[in-house]
Design a protein around this ligand. Structure first.
Ligand code: ZN
Length: 162
């Protein structure tokens, strides 16, 4: 059974470190397969569309995103092409609970990464998925969306009223 991992929240210094690349020859090791399963499980249970390894306390370049056709894990993701066009959109983050703000992101991105078997792949994304990719890769460089956001605001947790 995949585990539900603890989410590290701002201002934990771990969220501000640059994460290390994972050597491609060890990506296919069982421990990374298990970590991917735990990250995907945690992302889905917490209703996230993406999760980066620093958010669960590991400073390695690994992210999970929830694509339309299912969740995937990306090792050492790098954005190799991005559209000239950018747009503002509302973002939130599991590591910055209850805070939202608008961030300007590239509308389309091309990303190179390694999958769980250590095979190099490319992912073209646009709209929300391009936004999620840029947000998660920022995490690997110690950047949080609140660093770039405008109109940052806090929402109060919804309390049950009976
Ligand atoms: Zn985030």
């Amino acid at each position: 059974m995949p585990k539900l991992l603890k989410i590290y929240t701002n201002p934990d210094p771990l969220l501000r470190k640059r994460s290390q690349e994972i050597k491609t020859e060890i990506i296919s090791q069982k421990k990374y397969k298990l970590l991917c399963d735990d990250m995907v499980n945690t992302m889905l249970k917490k209703d996230g569309v993406g999760l980066a390894a620093p958010q669960i306390g590991k400073n390695i370049r690994l992210i999970a995103i929830n694509l339309k056709n299912g969740p995937i894990c990306l090792f050492n993701p790098v954005i190799t092409k991005k559209s000239w066009r950018q747009e503002w959109g509302e973002e939130g983050c599991l590591s910055v609970p209850l805070v939202y703000g608008k961030v300007k992101r590239h509308v389309r991105t091309l990303c190179e990464y390694f999958d769980e078997t250590g095979t190099m792949k490319k992912l073209e994304a646009n709209g929300l998925m391009a936004r999620v990719l840029q947000h998660e890769i920022d995490h690997l460089d110690g950047v949080l969306f609140i660093d770039k956001a405008k109109g940052v605001h806090r929402v109060e947790p919804i309390s049950m009223q009976i």
